[in-house]
Design a protein around this ligand. Structure first.
Ligand code: EPU
Length: 417
């Protein structure tokens, strides 16, 4: 498997273009299951998770054409209603086919995703919601088997605001008979992006981006042509890179409105940030100040930026507290950061970070996407060489991260091993 080698100590400067958002692209590509005919999606990031979704959709019978970052999908001739274990285990977001398959084919058989390295990540709320729409649901041999002759709109209350749970239920409810109200729905920008696509396909969704969404079912949808929104987590990761290295980066093709909580915290660390309509200029401080963060659902500080922020705090002046409230086990990066000299103590869902003057490069590895990104960031400021192994995880969610960082002046390269 490839590894990434970083020589620390360079300050990053220049411009970087942000790719389409992974977590918007995945549900949107899957929404193609809801209509016959060719959909065209542009600004689709070239990522391993996107490949996995394409494999899954073609397994179901969709026709797919890819030309650079444009993907065309026609789900007119579906031949299967099953998402097998081998495809789901590669990418948990495969569970998103459940709602659309039941809505479209009246049945679905989807492998249960199981736990993952950042937490148990149950799908009980996806299943409860689908049952509220009238689907009968059974768990058999590690699979969810769901069926419904006709889904019927209903009130659904989510005990926890779940991103993919909300998306799954949106995609089931758009073709249900009558009105569905989703309460305590997730409000992330990726939910709004999916709602916009579904509405463009002919759905009637109101309230996306707030905690109450009303969906009036329609009898059929038609294909669309859309562009995927920018990846706010990729943009946030580059913003941390600039702050960390005392750099000066202009982040292009991003959506500053989606990054308010991240910008707020980065400003408190001393970064200077200026925004324009689709770009952010960020200049790192001479000395990074310590700041506490608590991960929350949107518009709070995103859990997907927690690991990257922790690297920043590892070299900040003073003490900071990071509380992870979304996933119970999302501190996988801590033991690796400690091997690089970070001073971090974990107690339950809280990490106490005492800034140190310098990290030192080391061979490291992580079993989660954002944790892997955080190790690259650590490598950028560490003394000497950092070797980030199991690049597989990075490739799931960052398009050409090493090329983009090298373009900004980082001493970074990918080597095949
Ligand atoms: N939860 C339940 N029951 C459910 C669903 C969720 O208890 O049925 C709990 C989870 O265990 C967790 C909380 O609800 O404690 C929130 O999880 P959520 O369902 O919102 O997470 P997700 O939909 O599985 C998406 C992103 C994640 C991101 C989280 C939180 C996609 C494909 N994935 O996951 O992205 O961390 O929302 O914002 O959209 C990543 O990109 O690295 C990543 C992990």
């Amino acid at each position: 498997m490839d590894k990434i080698i970083v020589e620390g100590g360079r300050s990053l400067k220049g411009e970087v273009k942000i790719s389409g958002a992974k977590n918007a692209a995945l549900p949107i590509l899957i929404s193609s299951l809801l209509a016959d005919g060719w959909n065209t999606y542009s600004n689709v990031p070239d990522l391993r998770d996107v490949q996995s979704v394409k494999h899954l959709l073609s397994h179901l019978g969709a026709r797919i054409e890819t030309d650079g970052n444009t993907v065309r999908i026609d789900s007119g001739g579906l031949i299967s209603h099953e998402a097998p274990y081998d495809l789901v285990r590669k990418m948990r977001a495969s569970i998103l086919v459940l709602g659309p398959l039941v809505a479209r084919l009246k049945k679905a058989r989807v492998s249960l995703p199981g736990g993952c390295s950042i937490g148990a990540r149950p799908i009980n709320l996806h299943l409860k919601g689908l049952a509220r729409l009238g689907a009968s649901i059974e768990l058999k041999h590690g699979y969810v088997e769901a069926s419904a002759d006709c889904l019927k709109g209903n009130e659904i209350y989510f005990d926890v605001a779940t991103v993919t749970g909300t998306e799954n239920l949106m995609m089931a409810a758009v073709l249900a008979k009558g009105i569905t109200v989703l309460r305590n729905a997730a409000c992330e920008p990726e939910i709004v992006a999916l709602a916009e696509v579904l509405n463009k396909m002919g759905a009637d969704i109101k309230g996306a981006g707030s905690s109450v969404m009303t969906i009036k079912g329609v009898s059929s949808l038609h294909p669309v042509s859309i562009s995927i929104i920018p990846d706010r987590i990729e943009a946030g990761t580059f913003m941390v890179a600039a702050t960390l290295t005392g750099g000066d980066i202009k982040i292009l093709d991003c959506e500053p409105d989606h990054l308010k909580s991240v910008m707020h915290k980065l400003r408190l660390t001393g970064a200077d940030i200026k925004t324009e309509t689709n770009s952010i200029r960020i200049t790192g401080p001479d000395e990074i100040k310590s700041v506490d963060i608590k991960t929350l659902t949107y518009p709070g500080f995103p859990t997907d930026m927690q690991a990257q922020f922790m690297v920043l705090m590892s070299v900040a002046r003073g003490l900071s507290i990071i509380s992870e409230t979304i996933f119970e086990n999302r501190f996988i990066h801590v033991s690796e950061l400690k091997r690089m000299g970070a001073d971090i103590t974990i107690s339950g869902n809280t990490a106490m970070i005492k800034g140190v003057p310098m990290l030192s490069g080391a061979p490291v590895m992580a079993t989660d996407l954002r944790a892997s990104a955080s190790l690259i960031l650590a490598g950028l400021v560490a003394r000497g060489k950092t070797e980030v192994n199991r690049v597989y995880h990075l490739d799931r969610g960052y398009e050409a991260i090493e090329k983009k960082l090298a373009h900004l002046g980082a001493a970074i390269k990918r080597v095949a091993s």
